[in-house]
Every structure is written in structure tokens, then in C-alpha cells.
Design a protein around this ligand. Structure first.
Ligand code: SF4
Length: 341
């Protein structure tokens, strides 16, 4: 199987300048650029850098403006600054020569465990697996693993799982895995019928690749200010049933005003409510503690108001007798308030 895999790479693998010239400096440069962009776009930047700064010393002697100018268009300019610092570090500490051990490599500005392993495998033929997203995708599908990535543990596991493969030809193994991950074992619709690993792949027969690698969805937590307008009148309180597709759907709370940011000042809230055409008088405004949901960080305010005498009720609003209020389902955010009614 290993031989088949390596043969596939020799037949189908991409020809790239840093592969033909696997010296530490071009390997490092290509890795930094490819962290920022795809191979197709990265090629032009790679040539531009190599033509302008053919050696570590040339890069170290450049001004930061020159480096940033060459990097222009790639974005995330701290990478370019670190690239420049890395060259200076290499000149100052290592006389412009890349060290060939992991602990020294990761001291170079901008070099993390992945880049250090890539340099070791490609430029020094050390049996290191440079586990990036592509390699992890192949690994998780091939072995049927759903560990989270990236993590130190998963990197170590990847190293362990492929150790018998990578030791044979470190550079060929890593390049082959990268090409397999970017061209065959793609995130959607992998081309399993063309895959050299197919016969031993855990995911192939069952189609388990659909759920691999496991991705924990990180939900962005958005701020929200929620101002409740609370009004009691004749032993009743005006409440509303929350509609479908809103938070706390079908539960009861009060008419509200919301803002898609966090408001801090009770005075500002009071001023804002005073402008509301439904409100006649604002009696009090009380800021509450933050309320956290998976996707929202809510800053609540409880505002006791009188509504205008002839109030047009919204469809979901209803005057509820105080003695019935405790029977209604209400969100936690107003539970303790309701208990005082
Ligand atoms: S057989 Fe399919 S799922 Fe398995 S490694 Fe190859 S492309 Fe990926």
C-alpha cells in the first residue's frame, strides 16, 4: 500500500518550485505564504520573494516596508512582519542557517509546530508528519477518527499513526498526503474512486467520510440589549407570546425593544423609551445581569412603564390577570421578576 501511494505521488503529484528546491529557506517561505493563500496564488508571491530576496540574509537586510510591499495583497500582515523577524533571528542566532531540530526551529518568529515539522520533513528528510488540515482530513477518514483538530494530542496521534509510512520517505510522504488532501480527499465529494488509499480506507465502503473530520461548530456570540416594557394595570400585566423562530419561541414575556449592541446606561435607555409612541410614562429602569445563550450575550433592562390609554395591542400581546401569570411558561430571564408579582 505504501509503495502504491508513493507511486501515485510520483505519477500525479504537483510539480512546485519549493519541491524541486527543498532547501530550508524556500521551504520556509512557501509554508508561510501557503498559510495565507492557495497554491495557485501563492506561486506568484513565492517567485517574487525569491527573486527579490534570494537568501535569508537578503531578507534580513530588507526594510520592513519592502517586505510588506512584496506581501501586499495577501493580507494578515503580521505574517510578513514575522517572516522578516525570522530572517533577522536566523542571521543573529544561527548565522543565516536554519537549525535542524524542532526545539530551535520553534523559537524562530512565526514558526509553530506545523511549520517546524514541515521544514524538518522537506528540507532535512526527518520523519515528521506536517499535519495540516489536508493531512488531518485524510487521516481522520482513513482511520475513522473524529478527534478535534488542531490540537497537540491530535498532531501527536497523526505522527504515531503514520510513523511507518513517513520514515520511508519523509518528503514524499508529506507531499503525497498534501496533494491527496487537496485534490482527491477533498472536503466535499472526495474522489474515492481515484484514491490510492481506497482499499484500506475506513470511510470508503460506508461513506463515513461525510462526517469526518469532526468539526466543532463555533457559534459566534452576538451582543443584544433587550429592554422589557413592563406595565401593570387593573390587576393585569401586558405580556406577549413569543413567535416561532425567535429565542424562547412560544413562551411569554413582555413587549420589548432590542438593540444589536450592548447598552450600558439606564439614562440612555430611559431617554430612548420616552420616544416610544406606545409609552406614556417611564417609572423606572433597572439594568440586570448579563444573560448568556449559546449565540447571544444579552444585556436586559426591566422598565416599568405606563402605556398610552388607547393602546393598540400587537397580535401576540395580551393583558394577563396577575393571578394567572404564574401558570404561563416564561423564559428564565424574567422568572425571578415574575415571582415577585
Ligand atoms: S478513499 Fe475516499 S475517503 Fe478514503 S482517503 Fe481516499 S478519498 Fe479519502
Amino acid at each position: 500500500m505504501i509503495e502504491q501511494f508513493f507511486n501515485w505521488y510520483h505519477r500525479e503529484g504537483r510539480s512546485l518550485p519549493w519541491r524541486e528546491q527543498p532547501e530550508p529557506y524556500p521551504v520556509f517561505l512557501s509554508e508561510v505564504i501557503l498559510q495565507q493563500t492557495r497554491v495557485e496564488q501563492g506561486l506568484a508571491y513565492f517567485h517574487r520573494f525569491m527573486d527579490t530576496f534570494p537568501t535569508v540574509q537578503d531578507l534580513a537586510n530588507a526594510t520592513e516596508e519592502e517586505v510588506l510591499k512584496l506581501w501586499q495583497g495577501l493580507g494578515y500582515y503580521s505574517r510578513a512582519r514575522n517572516l522578516h523577524k525570522a530572517a533577522k533571528h536566523l542571521m543573529e542566532i544561527h548565522q543565516g542557517i536554519f537549525p535542524s531540530n524542532f526545539n530551535e526551529l520553534i523559537k524562530i518568529p512565526g514558526v509553530g509546530p506545523y511549520t517546524a515539522r514541515a521544514i524538518l520533513a522537506f528540507a532535512f528528510s526527518k520523519p515528521e508528519v506536517a499535519a495540516d488540515g489536508n493531512i488531518w482530513r485524510v487521516t481522520s477518514r482513513f482511520f475513522g477518527l473524529n478527534n478535534e483538530f488542531p490540537s497537540k494530542k491530535t498532531m501527536e496521534l497523526t505522527q504515531e499513526l503514520w510513523k511507518d509510512w513517513v520514515v520511508q520517505q519523509p518528503s514524499v510522504f508529506n507531499n503525497a498526503m498534501m496533494d491527496l488532501g487537496s485534490g482527491i480527499c477533498t472536503p466535499k465529494q472526495p474522489k474515492c474512486e481515484q484514491c490510492p488509499l481506497q482499499s484500506q480506507c475506513f470511510s470508503f465502503p460506508s461513506g463515513a467520510w461525510v462526517n469526518l473530520p469532526f468539526k466543532e461548530k463555533k457559534t459566534k456570540v452576538k451582543p443584544l440589549t433587550l429592554v422589557y416594557l413592563i406595565s401593570k394595570s387593573d390587576g393585569k400585566v401586558l405580556m406577549k407570546k413569543r413567535t416561532e423562530n425567535t429565542i424562547w419561541a412560544n413562551m411569554y414575556d413582555f413587549p420589548e425593544i432590542t438593540f444589536p449592541s450592548h447598552w450600558d446606561s439606564e439614562m440612555d435607555i430611559q431617554e430612548e423609551i420616552s420616544k416610544n409612541s406606545r409609552v406614556r410614562t417611564v417609572h423606572s429602569v433597572a439594568k440586570q445581569s448579563f444573560h448568556l445563550l449559546s449565540h447571544r450575550k444579552i444585556q436586559p433592562f426591566f422598565c416599568f412603564v405606563d402605556f398610552v390609554p388607547i393602546l393598540q395591542l400587537e397580535r401576540e400581546e395580551k393583558w394577563i390577570p396577575l393571578e394567572q401569570i404564574h401558570e404561563l411558561p416564561v423564559p428564565k430571564i424574567i422568572e425571578s421578576l415574575i415571582a415577585t408579582f
